[in-house]
Ligand binder design. Structure first.
Ligand code: NDP
Ligand code: MG
Length: 389
C-alpha cells in the first residue's frame, strides 16, 4: 500500500458531495479510478468520467445510463445502467479500496458486493448503517474486506482508539458543531427556511445532511453509526457541542485520559486517511492556524429544543426497525422542508410520529428492515402532506 500512485479505487456516488471530494483526494494522491457510479445526473457524471476515465461507469437511473452510453461512445468506458448495473459494477471491480458515498439504502447491495472483491471499504454512507448496521457490517466482514470509517467523527474515534484496548474504553465523545441554529429556542425555529438551514457554520456538505446537522438528527444518526462501527452501546456514547469543529471526536478511557483527533473541518482529510491507512500522505486540506484560533469551546446539547438527538437514543434502544423508520422518515421530511412544503420544526414531528406509527422494536430481519424503510416513506409522506401549508 505504500506507492499511492499505483492504487486504484472504486467510487460509488461520484457526483455527490463526498464523491466529488473523493475525486479531489484522488487528484492530490494520484489515485486512478477503476469504477465510478452515480444516480441520475448524467451531465455531471459525463464530465467526471471524461476526466478520470474509469474502466466501468454505472448509473442507477437506466435512462440516464442510456444517455451516458451515447455521450461516452467515443471512449472505451463500459457503461452499466439501473440499480442492478451499479451492483454489477461493484461485482466486477478489483480496486484496492471502494469508497461508498451513495446516500440512503441504495448503498447496501453495492457495498456488500464490493466487499467481496476489494480489500477495503471506505464507508461514508450512514443511512444504511443506521438502518441495518448489524447485517451490513457482518456482510462486509464475511466478504473479507476491512472497513474504514469516512464520517469525520468516526474517523476521529477510529484514530483515537489506535493502540488501545477496547476493554479500556469508558466512553466515546462525539463532537457536534450544533449547526446554524445553535442557541435558538423553539419559537425562533418555527420561522426558519431551507436557506437558513443550508448555511452551515463550519462544514460544507450535501443539502440533506446539512439540514440533518441543523436538526441534530445527523448527530443522532452518528450515535447509532458509532454503536455499530465500534460495538459500543449507546449509553457509552456522549454528544458534546463543539462549535469550532476542530476536535473531530474523542475517546475517554477508564483512567479518564482522553484521546482526540483535531484538524480543520474538511472531509478530504478523513476520506484520504480511510484510503491510505495506516499511511498518512501530504494533506489536501489546510492545517489549523493556532495563531488565529483563539479558543475551543465545549457544551451540552439542548435536546429539549432539538428533540431528534434524544429520540435517536430511544430508537437505538428499541432496535428492530425503529432506526430504519426514523432514517427513512427523516429523508422524506427533509425533502418536504427543502421544497418549502413543511416548516423546520415539522421535521421533528414527522420523524417521531412515523416511528410511533410503524416502528417495531426488538429483532428484525434484513428484509423486514427494507420493508419498514418503504412503509416509513409512505407514512412520512402522508404526514408531511397533512401538515403542508
Ligand atoms: P449527495 O446527495 O451529495 O450524493 C449522493 C450520491 O449518491 C450521488 O452521487 C448520487 O447520484 C448517488 N445516488 C443517489 N441515489 C442513488 C441510488 N438510488 N443509487 C445509486 N446512487 C445514488 O450525498 P453526500 O455526498 O452528502 O453523502 C453521501 C453519504 O455520505 C450519505 O450517506 C451521507 O450521510 C454520508 N456523509 C456525508 C458527509 C458530507 O460531508 N457530505 C459527511 C459524512 C457522511 P446523483 O448525483 O446522480 O443523484
Ligand atoms: Mg459527521
Amino acid at each position: 500500500m505504500n506507492d499511492m500512485t499505483s492504487q486504484r479505487i472504486a467510487l460509488f456516488g461520484a457526483t455527490g458531495s463526498i464523491g466529488s471530494q473523493t475525486l479531489s483526494v484522488a487528484d492530490s494522491l494520484g489515485l486512478s479510478l477503476d469504477v465510478m457510479t452515480a444516480g441520475s445526473r448524467d451531465r455531471e457524471f459525463e464530465v467526471q468520467c471524461r476526466k478520470y476515465r474509469p474502466r466501468i461507469a454505472a448509473m442507477a437511473d437506466a435512462d440516464a445510463a442510456a444517455r451516458l452510453r451515447v455521450s461516452l461512445a467515443d471512449t472505451d468506458i463500459t457503461v452499466y445502467g439501473g440499480s442492478d448495473g451499479v451492483v454489477e459494477a461493484a461485482a466486477e471491480t478489483d480496486a484496492d479500496a471502494a469508497v461508498i458515498a451513495i446516500s440512503g439504502m441504495a448503498a447496501c447491495r453495492p457495498m456488500i458486493e464490493a466487499s467481496r472483491r476489494c480489500r477495503r471499504i471506505c464507508m461514508a454512507n450512514k443511512e444504511a448503517i443506521v438502518a441495518a448496521g448489524g447485517y451490513l457490517l457482518a456482510a462486509i466482514r464475511d466478504g473479507g474486506a476491512e472497513l474504514l470509517p469516512v464520517d469525520s467523527e468516526h474517523s476521529a474515534i477510529f484514530q483515537s482508539l489506535a493502540g488501545n484496548r477496547k476493554s479500556d474504553v469508558e466512553k466515546l465523545l462525539l463532537t457536534a458543531s450544533g449547526g446554524p441554529f445553535y442557541g435558538k429556542k423553539r419559537a425562533e425555529l418555527e420561522k426558519l427556511t431551507a436557506k437558513d438551514a443550508l448555511a452551515h457554520p463550519t462544514w460544507s456538505m450535501g443539502k440533506k445532511i446539512t439540514v440533518d446537522s441543523a436538526t441534530l438528527m445527523n448527530k443522532g444518526f452518528e450515535v447509532i453509526e458509532a454503536m455499530h462501527l465500534f460495538s459500543v452501546p449507546a449509553s457509552k456514547i456522549e454528544v458534546v457541542i463543539h462549535r469550532e469543529s476542530i476536535v473531530h471526536s474523542m475517546v475517554q478511557f477508564r483512567d479518564h485520559a482522553i484521546i482526540a483527533e483535531l484538524g480543520v473541518p474538511d472531509m478530504r482529510t478523513a476520506i484520504a486517511y480511510a484510503i491510505t491507512y495506516p499511511a498518512r500522505e501530504p494533506g489536501c486540506a489546510g492545517s489549523v492556524d493556532w495563531r488565529t484560533l483563539s479558543s475551543l469551546t465545549f457544551g451540552v446539547p439542548d435536546t429539549e429544543t432539538f428533540p431528534l438527538l434524544a429520540f435517536a437514543y430511544k430508537a437505538a434502544e428499541a432496535g428492530g426497525t425503529c432506526p430504519a423508520v426514523m432514517s427513512a422518515a427523516d429523508e422524506i421530511a427533509v425533502g418536504a422542508f427543502l421544497r418549502g412544503e413543511i416548516g423546520f420544526t415539522d421535521i421533528f414531528d414527522v420523524v417521531m410520529d412515523t416511528v410511533g406509527i410503524c416502528g417495531r422494536g426488538g429483532e428484525a430481519s434484513f428484509d423486514e428492515i427494507v420493508a419498514a424503510d418503504t412503509e416509513a416513506r409512505i407514512r412520512a409522506g402522508e404526514l408531511s402532506r397533512r401538515i403542508e401549508r
